[in-house]
Design a protein around this ligand. Sequence first.
Ligand SMILES: Cc1cc2nc3c(=O)[nH]c(=O)nc-3n(C[C@H](O)[C@H](O)[C@H](O)COP(=O)(O)O)c2cc1C
Length: 183
Amino acid sequence: MELEVSNISSEDLYEILTKWVAPRPIAWVSTIDKKETVNLAPFSFFNLVCDQPPVVMLSISKREDGTRKDTARNILETGEFVVNFVEWNLLEKVKLTGKDFPPSVSELELAGLTPEPSKKVKPPRVKESPASFECKFVKHMELYEYDVIFGEVVFLVIRRELVKKVGRLGENFCECVTISTKA
Ligand SMILES: Cc1cc2nc3c(=O)[nH]c(=O)nc-3n(C[C@H](O)[C@H](O)[C@H](O)COP(=O)(O)O)c2cc1C
């Protein structure tokens, strides 16, 4: 099959792209706004872009009305965020926090999660997460209708090692199992 991108509907294109670029890790990002209301939302247009220094990237689409999502706005206003990682038993809460709530609502509280004070940044970590990376804003790019944000990881909390990591496979989810290539 050969396909001209400009002839593919946006729904089909999303399905094809995210099926082939897979699995994608999920960043469960905690931020705070100016009033210190905690925001939590998942992002799977997310990855590690370098390790010296360690930098992660989030790509956050604008809302249909062209406004910034709360996570992007908070990071640009405060310069800080925490990437919390996800395991299978947290998935329902991840999906809940992916719904669009007004800025005054703290998704962390709503999902019954426990905020844990961070060491180097103001937004709290999610205590239930297996690992959290505290990040400081480095760079922002407006790419088409997306806010692409780069952040340097300044502090790591690893609460437990994960045997199976959760990723996004298309619109669905998957568990990733480590296969050692060492003899
Ligand atoms: C698993 C999952 C992954 C998501 N990945 C992204 C993403 O990469 N970029 C994006 O803009 N929205 C993504 N979303 C949707 C956002 O989480 C959603 O728009 C959320 O309401 C944004 O919240 P905020 O306005 O509090 O930042 C994802 C949702 C889920 C459930």
